[in-house]
Design a protein around this ligand. Structure first.
Ligand code: UDP
Length: 316
């Protein structure tokens, strides 16, 4: 039985990961300050014997009495609505100090540590699809920079701790992911479109809707994250994890409208600054090294996510 720390454990990905690790029989310590995460997301895990929640902000160092075998560092606001609001400085701090503090903890425990990096390190990509060797095109002073550059700095810290301190690291770059336990209010496109459709509100497409994203269903992503953590020695990454099927926001809106009975109309709103035009992962490295690729198609994933949000909206 491994003892595993998950930072950002009450967030969307973190809570899905904790649930899976608890089910697999690991001893799971979930750490979060609940800034964007929510205790609701782990309500079913509270009281389970191999699960423990600690309220903590990873900007501060963390000391634990038990020996940790693995750390998944997922803590960070991830939605543009959150990190572009009043939380830009906080987001950079979470990325950078959070990485430093968790790397120190990994060093002390001789634990393996996985960093959840992001497709945002590619910025407005000039290469399509994006492979790990592409160094990106990020605006360092733009409104997305706190997240993009914060995550880039965290990657460099991970590799420096690996080279200078011998820490056993893994870096994954996560592309857009959706599914149950997303926060209905977090402003991301899949949750927005579905919740708007369920509430009969206007579906808000930003810009002309021709920008693209590639959407990965959360269960596929969690399988990829766990495979990477437990893959062969020396496989540091970075490695892309995401679904290579690319859709425009117009196509996504249409798919949601086809699945939800609603009177909602599509409306077009201004495109936020620095919003990437296109994004699709090249996942050949993950296929080769992990034997991993997404299995859930957008249609099936959206159906499951709609069911989740139907209940969530009813509860509210
Ligand atoms: N988007 C949209 N309507 C919304 C929310 C987002 O058209 O209600 C667009 C957004 O401008 C972007 C894409 O959907 O082009 C994905 O946005 P999201 O915030 O989900 O993720 P990210 O931009 O970080 O990939």
């Amino acid at each position: 039985m491994k003892t595993i720390l998950v930072t950002g454990g009450t967030g969307f990905l973190g809570s899905n990961l904790c649930r899976r690790l608890v089910k697999d029989g690991d001893n799971v310590i979930c750490v979060d300050n609940n800034y964007t995460g929510s205790l609701d997301n782990i309500a079913d895990l509270m009281g389970v014997s191999n699960f423990r929640f600690i309220e903590h902000n990873v900007i501060e160092p963390l000391d634990l009495y038990e020996k940790i075998d693995q750390i998944y560092n997922l803590a960070c606001p991830a939605s543009p609505r959150h990190y572009q609001g009043k939380a830009a400085i906080f987001t950079t701090k979470t990325c950078v100090f959070g990485a430093l503090n968790m790397l120190e903890l990994a060093k002390k425990n001789k634990a393996r540590i996985l960093q959840s990096s992001t497709s945002e390190v590619y910025g407005e990509p000039l290469v399509h699809p994006q492979s790990e060797s592409y160094r990106g095109n990020v605006n360092p002073i733009g409104i997305r920079a706190c997240y993009d550059e914060g995550k880039r700095c965290a990657e460099s810290l991970f590799f420096d701790y690996h080279r200078e301190e011998g820490v056993d690291i893994r870096v994954i770059r996560i592309f857009n992911t959706y599914g149950p336990y997303m926060n209905p209010e977090d402003g991301r496109v899949v949750s927005n479109f579905i919740c708007q459709a369920l509430r009969g509100e206007n579906i808000t497409i930003y810009g002309d809707g021709n920008q693209t994203r590639s959407f990965c269903y959360v269960d596929d992503l969690i399988n990829g994250i766990i495979s990477m953590m437990n893959a062969r020695d020396g496989l540091t990454g970075p490695i892309n994890l995401g679904n290579p099927h690319e859709f425009t926001m117009n196509e996504l809106a249409q798919k949601v409208l086809n699945l939800v009975q609603t009177n909602s109309q599509i409306v077009f709103e201004p495109l936020p600054k620095d919003d990437p035009t296109q994004r699709r992962p090249d996942i050949s490295l993950a296929q080769k090294e992990l034997g991993w690729e997404p299995k859930v198609q957008l249609q099936e994933g959206l159906e499951k996510t709609i069911l989740y949000f139907k209940d969530k909206i009813k509860e509210a």
